[in-house]
Design a protein around this ligand. Structure first.
Ligand code: SF4
Ligand code: SF4
Length: 358
């Protein structure tokens, strides 16, 4: 048994089968099977570690349907960590050659194209015409755009960098996927990690700034501990006085991305930015109690219907009579829009741009 498996095994033994997680797991709420809740997944993890389970489609599905939202860990009275068990179990299965076609496609695309979206075009196309300022070729700070920022939300990437470059932040010449999608689904991303580390060292940066909750979480959890990692909301909160923001007469609510909030404890920075601009109303479940948007853990790509159903439930939590729903993760924003939000869903950087005085 590897060191990691021993560690997870001790976490599994903490589970007293109380079932508290059944009442909070969003996937269990949708599917209704014990094997799709944290308690069931703990048992599956134990069976795998002890080599007592035969691997079949059902087992893969149970593990792959977890969004790693972490609310089960938050609520577990015994201190167990089901999302970590799920990730380790996925790795164990992949190591033994057990994975779905969807997992394999994601892995192959990411390794071939350097992004999880199988895009063959230049990753830095979003920045054309937005030349780095002279002082940002070498910098203590670098903006890691991420696959979704570069290919799906180029306008938002431009807005973000337009602000960051004035604060002396650099870009990587040849950024590749941080590795999050393939690591979260059980594969090894060492090559991508080494490539990005080399790029960051070329810039000379000591701080990586990310606007994607998935990238942020991955830099924190899976990259060597040699850099400071900041979410763009943390960096901009630190630099609020330099942004020259004007107050707006609007009311917004904030959706906490699981991988930024529960996973990394970032609740205050986006809220402090919002409150410096306009009125914030909390939604029904917020901060460590926030409901998952359904996009994480590889679920959006592998189980789009489940992902949409989870998004719809989150949309139901939005308060009435507000102007915008603000979030701080591309995947959450996209899922909430596709989940049918009638209220416009924007990124924290979009809100800042609305408020930047001319
Ligand atoms: S809440 Fe914790 S102890 Fe209770 S069943 Fe779930 S994982 Fe096990
Ligand atoms: S991390 Fe979320 S989806 Fe996964 S078992 Fe826990 S509550 Fe369910």
């Amino acid at each position: 048994m590897s060191q990691q498996e021993k560690l997870e095994s001790s976490s599994i033994l903490k589970c007293v089968r109380c079932g508290t997680c059944r009442s909070v797991c969003p996937v269990f709420e949708e599917i209704g099977w014990e094997s799709k809740t944290a308690r069931g997944r703990m048992l599956l993890g134990q069976g795998l570690i002890e080599n007592e389970l035969e691997v079949d489609e059902e087992l893969l599905e149970s593990l792959n349907m977890c969004t790693t939202c972490g609310i089960c860990e938050e609520k577990c009275p015994a201190g167990a960590a089901p999302p970590k068990i799920v990730e380790t179990a996925r790795q164990m299965l992949v190591d033994k050659g057990h994975h779905t076609n969807s997992q394999e496609k994601l892995y192959n695309n990411t390794m071939e194209y350097g992004n999880s979206l199988a895009e063959a075009s230049d990753r830095n196309e979003w920045a054309v015409g937005l030349q780095p300022a002279e002082n940002t070729l070498k910098s203590d700070y670098v903006y890691f755009v991420g696959c979704l920022g570069a290919y799906r939300y180029p306008k938002l990437a431009r807005k973000t960098y337009s602000i960051l470059r004035k604060l002396g932040v650099a870009l990587l010449k040849d950024e590749k996927c941080c590795g999050s999608p393939i690591m979260r689904t059980g594969f090894n991303a060492d090559k991508l990690v080494s490539h990005n580390l080399e790029q960051i060292k070329q810039v000379g940066a000591h701080t990586i700034i990310s606007s994607c909750a998935g990238c942020y979480n991955t830099f924190k959890k899976n990259y060597p501990d040699e850099f400071r990692v900041m979410h763009v909301s943390e960096f901009l909160e630190e630099n609020l006085s330099r942004l020259n923001l004007k107050p707006l007469d609007i009311i917004v609510t904030y959706h906490d991305p699981c991988h930024l909030g529960r996973s990394q404890g970032i609740y205050d920075s986006p809220r402090n930015i919002i409150k410096s601009i306009c009125t914030l109303i909390e939604m029904k479940r917020s901060k460590d109690q926030a409901r998952c948007c359904g996009g994480g853990g590889g679920v959006r790509m592998a189980y789009p219907n489940l992902s949409m159903n989870l998004a719809k439930k989150r949309v139901d939590d939005f308060p009435r009579n507000i102007d915008y729903v603000v979030t701080a993760c591309h995947l959450c924003r996209n899922n909430l829009i596709e989940g049918g939000s009638e209220i416009e869903v924007i990124d924290i950087v979009d809100l800042i741009c609305l408020s930047i005085a001319d």
